[in-house]
Design a protein around this ligand. Structure first.
Ligand code: AHG
Ligand code: MN
Ligand code: MN
Length: 340
């Protein structure tokens, strides 16, 4: 808000675009379409429990995970709205086996592709905890005027043009990042617009919270176990143990980490040897956002954004959040791994 005046996300993105005289406005227009999908999904989420959209769909997705009805509704909403957009050549979704190319002339002439996790944190849908939508926007590498190709969706995160998420929490927020920075917009229900509420978000260098599924500890590496001991000790930064918080929705856990600082981890373990979270739909967009806000995101060995994807539904371990906390965690993880 500026002097009591609401700034809508559209107004904000247009102002940002004007800083670049060569910009065509296509990225702003695509962000507007994604925000529209977010509003439609928000409407579905807010009615859950009243209409018959809680519970499972009775099918599994490409990754063998049970699909919830809202997963499928959110997926279809995004696919439909982006198909009707002038600025999207195709999409890839966590819920579908393959990417989808839009065949019409407008889409074939669009320079961007979008990847998304339509509804993150599905296991929280039926218990009314925060869930979200995560999206990534890449400039396609295939020829304009033709349909897109798989290589458009297998670009490393360091090629991202923009990424963001919509969190359906105690309020509904859209947070997006470009290389210019990270800004958050809260849905103002009376006008149906996302309005600037969190300008220029910075992830604090240090936080007080560690976040992971600690129930997996027996399957962790020795380095990871040693780091958890460190988190639970009276460590020298805090003089007390860190607090532990874990919702089980990456969007919810990462939104808190971005605003308050902290560390979020989903490491590889004996069961999920490559980690659990998906590089293109979850880790890259979140890494791009957190790094644009001054934080760090690593696989334990390299920057998440430098991983070159080889398949659409690839998984990676992730350590993400406040710079100093990630550096400390990586000391433990690397030191013990080197000895093992
Ligand atoms: P999704 O609902 O899109 O499948 O993602 C769930 C993810 C992520 O949001 C969360 O951080 C993680 O899975 C939780 O996994 P665990 O239940 O193994 O802790
Ligand atoms: Mn997810
Ligand atoms: Mn999902």
């Amino acid at each position: 808000m500026l002097q009591g005046k609401l700034i809508t996300m559209d107004e904000f993105t247009i102002q940002e675009t004007r800083k670049f005289p060569q910009a065509t406005g296509e990225l702003s227009s695509l962000l507007r379409d994604i925000a529209l999908a977010g509003k439609v999904i928000n409407k579905q989420v807010r009615k859950a429990g009243l209409s018959d959209i809680l519970g499972t769909q009775g099918a599994t997705n490409v990754q063998g995970e049970e699909q919830m009805k809202l997963d499928v509704l959110a997926d279809q909403t995004l696919i439909h709205i982006l198909k009707n957009s002038n600025d999207c050549a195709g999409i890839a979704s966590e819920e579908n086996d393959n990417h989808v190319c839009y065949e019409d002339t407008f889409s074939a002439n669009s320079k961007y592709v979008v990847l998304f996790d339509p509804l993150d944190g599905s296991s929280n849908i039926d218990v009314n905890a925060s869930i979200g939508t995560i999206f990534s926007i890449y400039r396609r590498v295939s020829e304009l005027g033709k349909t897109c190709v798989e290589a458009d969706f297998l670009q490393p995160g360091n090629k991202l043009m923009a990424a963001g998420y919509i969190i359906y929490g105690s309020s509904t927020m859209l947070v997006y990042a470009t290389k210019l920075g990270v800004n958050g917009f809260t849905l103002e229900p009376s006008i149906g617009e996302f309005c600037l509420s969190h300008p220029n978000i910075k992830c604090p260098e240090m936080g007080k919270i560690y976040s992971l599924n600690q129930g997996n500890t027996n399957r962790f590496s020795e380095g990871m176990k040693a780091y958890l001991d460190y988190c639970m000790e009276n460590n020298k930064e805090e003089g007390r143990p860190y607090s532990h918080r874990y919702i089980g929705s990456m969007v919810g856990d990462l939104h808190r980490t971005l605003i308050k600082g902290g560390i979020f981890m989903y490491p590889a373990d004996k069961k999920s040897v490559k980690g659990k979270l998906r590089l293109q739909y979850e880790c890259n967009p979140m890494a791009f956002i957190v790094e644009a806000a001054g934080g760090v995101a690593s696989t334990g060995y390299c920057d998440i954004l430098d991983v070159v994807p080889t398949e659409l539904h690839q998984r990676v371990p992730i350590y993400i959040g406040s710079k100093k906390m990630i550096e400390k965690a990586l000391e433990f993880v690397k030191e013990k791994e080197a000895v093992a």
